[in-house]
Design a protein around this ligand. Structure first.
Ligand code: NI
Length: 264
């Protein structure tokens, strides 16, 4: 069994076909899939589909950096805190989340809300530590600011994973000086890329997780098309090649890692 540690069945691109996509994933040997949360607008849809598949779909709770604005962040974070405190009035069962994510920094569209994003990240790090849950980190064009927040939070002894990892080995090492961080390996590893395979080859096997980030970042030969968890074996095969291990070994290692980190 493979585990997809980061996916979004509730995304509007995938939602109309979500039930069939879940079945295709199961048929492809992907037995457990973890949905990353983004904000209060998408959250009810995530839970609606998640609750239909107990033991197969698992959910995170968190405010995504791309959803943060100066006007909305306090209200959005309050919604996260209310669920964390066990207030499940909006969707029954919504309190069973297994990680805080996806959280992080995203400056791809600019740094207008950089200050708010950093504050939201720091507060959600504190929430994860209080709840003793792993964090699922989304980062785009923001490594230096990420490290300034993470290093301020070193005392929290965070654990988690850097989702859709595309950094250097030094970035991996630096994160692990301030916590215990695995990396999420997705479709990008199947792209023609000069540096990522060499970096992944050096990362210890116990810190490797598989993910699709569906419906985005589809692996080759579906690059540019809609992604889904059923394509995870393509990523596993490429990871096996990069690590010089068999597909079976990669399956065992990454599944054990996911079960251990997310307490599945
Ligand atoms: Ni995502």
């Amino acid at each position: 069994m493979l585990v997809d540690t980061h996916t979004h069945f509730y995304d509007e691109w995938l939602l109309p076909d979500a039930e069939a996509a879940i079945q295709r994933a199961l048929d492809a040997g992907v037995g457990k899939m973890i949905q990353a949360d983004v904000d209060s607008l998408e959250r009810p849809r995530m839970w609606e589909i998640g609750l239909r598949h107990p033991g197969v779909l698992f959910q995170m709770l968190g405010l995504y950096p791309g959803s943060v604005t100066a006007d909305n962040w306090k209200e959005e974070l309050d919604a996260v805190y209310r669920i964390a405190a066990g207030d499940a009035r909006s969707v029954p069962g919504m309190t069973d989340f297994i990680a805080i994510g996806e959280i992080g920094l995203d400056y791809h569209e600019g740094k207008e809300f950089a200050r708010e994003q950093k504050e939201v990240l720091r507060l959600q790090f504190e929430l994860a530590a209080k709840l003793n849950l792993p964090v699922n980190i989304h980062l785009r064009d923001a490594w230096e600011d990420f490290f300034s927040v993470l290093e301020d939070c070193r005392h929290l002894h965070l654990r988690g994973n850097l989702h859709c990892f595309s950094g250097s080995f030094e970035v991996y090492e630096r994160a692990n000086r301030s916590g215990d961080f695995a990396v999420g390996i997705g479709g990008v590893l199947t792209f023609k890329n000069a540096s990522l395979p060499a970096v992944v080859a050096r990362i210890p096997a116990e810190h490797l997780l598989l993910e699709t980030d569906a419906p985005y970042l589809a692996p080759v030969p579906y690059r540019g098309k809609r992604n889904e968890s059923a394509y995870l074996p393509l990523i596993a095969a490429r990871l096996a090649e990069v690590k010089g291990l068999s597909l079976k070994e990669i399956e065992t290692i990454t599944t054990d890692n996911a079960i251990r980190l997310f307490n599945l």
